[in-house]
Design a protein around this ligand. Structure first.
Ligand SMILES: [Zn+2]
Length: 75
């Protein structure tokens, strides 16, 4: 399996284990995402679209959950 596909697959199983944010192995992308999530004018839908354009398939509900701190990584 291609490496990119493996990281997307890892992001698919957000229900158990690590959260999608922790699974973002690209440090530059992770930094951008953290800043975007902390920005009051940036919507979760926009973050989802941004990730989609970079080949990361993630649902808006899990992005919102992480943003609210109601997420696997916050337990
Ligand atoms: Zn999280």
């Amino acid at each position: 399996m291609n490496k990119e596909l493996e990281s997307i697959l890892a992001l698919s199983s957000v229900k158990r284990g690590k959260c999608w944010r922790e699974r973002l192995t690209d440090k530059e992308l992770g930094k951008v995402i953290d800043e975007a999530l902390a920005h009051p004018d940036i919507t979760s839908a926009a973050v989802v679209l941004y990730l989609k354009q970079r080949g990361v398939a993630i649902g808006q509900n899990v992005v919102s959950r992480h943003r609210r701190g109601n997420c696997a990584c916050n337990r």
